[in-house]
Design a protein around this ligand. Structure first.
Ligand SMILES: Cc1cc2nc3c(=O)[nH]c(=O)nc-3n(C[C@H](O)[C@H](O)[C@H](O)COP(=O)(O)OP(=O)(O)OC[C@H]3O[C@@H](n4cnc5c(N)ncnc54)[C@H](O)[C@@H]3O)c2cc1C
Length: 399
């Protein structure tokens, strides 16, 4: 892109797997100008600092480490003719595809005939978890730990505590082990670990004590972390440690959406989309972890591609108008276990319109076996919390 170019066919916000795959697909479909805006120094998203597998199976049928995966995706986008502008942060989303960006060269206003939002998700911080105690150095999320490991090859801890047992928690565990650090403990507030088998075997295999039904109550230390107080089935006790990693509890990176006054879903905390990936705000689309925290890179990559096909159809005028029939509000179970379902809105179908979300993605906050009612259909499900459940999309009238 030239500095003077301010209007684009499509602007993509975020150069992670979802944003880059969408940009590549848009170019493959013959879209004229496609700009990707990324706030980091380099494109690639989270995989850039994940020094481990598995990445790349769905995309290229190859097992890759995160940095190699990010490099390949970025190179494919450049080869396809995508403009990528790094160290540029989108600061405001305005009506009709107008966005404001900030970079070293100052503020600029850009316009897209369509804008794809692919800003990913972030982990829940210590403050949002309301953990008491002092505020020493050495309390962070997995992403920050991996930044240290990937970009300065430096592990700032020798005896740390990992809070959480999602897949990302085991990513933190692997990062520690690859830097010769054995965590003092992994803590999980539920009765079982969140990630699927075989992750449950990992702490034992690495001789790291796993404390179930245990929460972190306080962090101690003046300048650096010295210990934590945890509360478990046998009461409260203290663990000596020099760092605390709060893992998981992903939520969409929605600050920009909030400050721009966009509509958010109270369950997923992401924007409400229809089956074409469209938002209520005209010209805006979404894909990847911004829709919910968190899926695999391959899943987000595929979502980016599919939404790109809808954007291309939209630019040709082949998408029907968006309705406001909110099916997520109609989803119910006999217990309050439905965390969210998406797409939240079902628009009419049209002969030339590709569908990006051809299944309803449902997620539960607790384990549940029973019926889920969505509109006029009833589905029998049995699932643990935070697992992806796919159900048929409610039928839509033709436009
Ligand atoms: C620690 C960790 C380990 C993981 N390990 C694996 C694994 O082994 N295998 C796997 O398949 N998945 C793994 N994942 C998940 C996978 O990396 C993500 O699902 C995937 O990266 C999501 O892609 P995305 O494009 O939606 O978002 P992201 O990769 O998060 O990309 C979003 C991009 O948007 C940019 N951005 C955000 N806001 C703005 C803004 N306002 N302006 C400009 N740019 C902005 C961000 O800088 C970022 O680069 C892991 C995730 C984490 C956190």
């Amino acid at each position: 892109m030239t500095d003077t170019q301010l209007n684009f066919d499509v602007i993509v916000v975020g150069a992670g797997p979802a944003g880059l795959s969408a940009a590549i697909e848009l170019k493959r479909l013959g879209t004229g100008s496609v700009l990707v805006v990324e706030r980091e120094k380099q494109a690639g998203g989270i995989p850039r600092h994940c020094l481990h597998s598995p990445y790349g199976m769905r995309e290229w049928n190859r097992l890759m480490f995160g940095p190699a995966y990010a490099r390949r995706l970025t190179q494919d986008a450049l080869d396809a003719g995508v403009d990528i502008r790094c160290e540029t942060t989108v600061t405001a989303l305005k009506p009709n595809g107008v966005i404001e960006v900030s970079s070293d060269t100052g503020l600029q206003t850009l316009t897209g005939r369509a804008v794809l939002l692919a800003m990913g998700a972030r982990e829940t911080s210590r403050s949002a978890r309301l953990v008491g105690g002092t505020k020493p150095k050495g309390v962070m999320n997995t992403a920050t730990l991996q930044n240290f490991a990937a970009f300065s090859d430096h592990m700032p801890f020798k005896r740390l505590v990992i809070v959480g047992t999602e897949i990302v928690s085991f990513s933190a565990l692997m990062t520690c082990r690859s830097h010769g650090v054995k965590p003092v403990a992994m803590l999980e507030e539920n009765t079982r670990i969140t990630a699927r088998f075989p992750f449950a075997l990992a702490p034992k295999a690495m001789c790291v004590p796993l404390h179930l039904e245990t929460q972190i109550a306080q962090i101690h230390g003046k300048r650096e972390v010295e210990a934590v107080t945890v509360i478990g089935p046998s009461g409260s006790h203290t663990l000596q440690c020099d760092g605390v990693i709060f893992t998981g509890g992903f939520r969409p990176e929605n600050a920009l959406l909030r400050s721009s006054g966009f509509e958010l879903d109270s369950g997923s905390l992401g924007p409400k989309i229809d089956q074409y990936g469209r938002l209520r705000e005209l010209r805006y689309y979404c894909a990847g972890n911004i829709l919910r925290g968190i899926e695999t890179a391959g899943w987000c990559w595929n979502e980016g591609r599919k939404v790109a096909q809808c954007i291309a159809a939209g630019l040709q005028g082949d998408l029907p108008p968006r309705t406001s029939v909110d099916v997520s509000a109609q989803a119910s179970a006999s217990e309050h276990v439905i965390k969210f379902s998406l797409p939240q809105v079902i628009s009419p179908s049209a002969p030339k319109a590709p569908v990006a979300f051809d299944k309803l993605q449902l997620r539960l906050s607790d384990a549940y076996t029973g019926n889920v009612v969505i509109g006029s259909s009833t589905h029998r499900i049995s699932s643990k919390p935070e697992r992806r459940i796919l159900l048929p999309l409610p039928q839509t009238p033709a436009s």
